[in-house]
Write a protein that binds this ligand. Structure first.
Ligand SMILES: [Zn+2]
Ligand SMILES: [Zn+2]
Ligand SMILES: [Zn+2]
Length: 137
């Protein structure tokens, strides 16, 4: 069993050829991935519904998480190995490059602790940093 097959079966996901390819793409990709990019790389024959379905089950299983995107399209990044379906929260900042439009996870930067305000219930904090990534500098 290859690493990606093992990962998929650990997560209890249907081990289709497309999902295997998708997982490999995330593992081998330096950048985070949009649906368009996935379609470009492996999705020619697969319709968007197939891609969205695979992405959403990967997300539920703690394999990938959604990251902000410069043009507000859906973009995903591989999770660290500590994520699974029941523990899938992130406390890191995200970086959007002004030049290549890539979004990167900045695991080194923790989200600031936000004091709750009376009458509100906060669910999620997002910290987005913009600038130039190492590749574009
Ligand atoms: Zn995660
Ligand atoms: Zn860049
Ligand atoms: Zn991230």
């Amino acid at each position: 069993m290859s690493i990606s097959e093992e990962l998929l079966s650990n997560y209890g996901l249907r081990n289709t050829a497309f999902r295997k390819k998708l997982l490999k793409l995330f593992q081998n990709s330096e950048s985070t991935l949009t649906v368009e990019k996935i379609k470009d790389k492996i999705g020619r024959k697969n319709d968007k519904v197939t891609i969205y379905r695979a992405l959403s089950s990967f997300e539920k299983s703690g394999i990938i998480h959604q990251v902000p995107d410069k043009n507000n399209v859906s973009r995903y990044a591989l999770c660290t190995s500590t994520c699974n379906s029941s523990n899938h929260t992130h406390h890191h900042a995200h970086f959007i490059c002004d030049h290549c439009d890539n979004t990167l996870c900045l695991e080194e930067i923790d989200l600031p602790k936000i004091k709750t305000i009376k009458g509100f219930k906060f669910k999620k904090t997002e910290l987005i940093i913009q600038g130039s990534c190492p590749k574009c500098l």
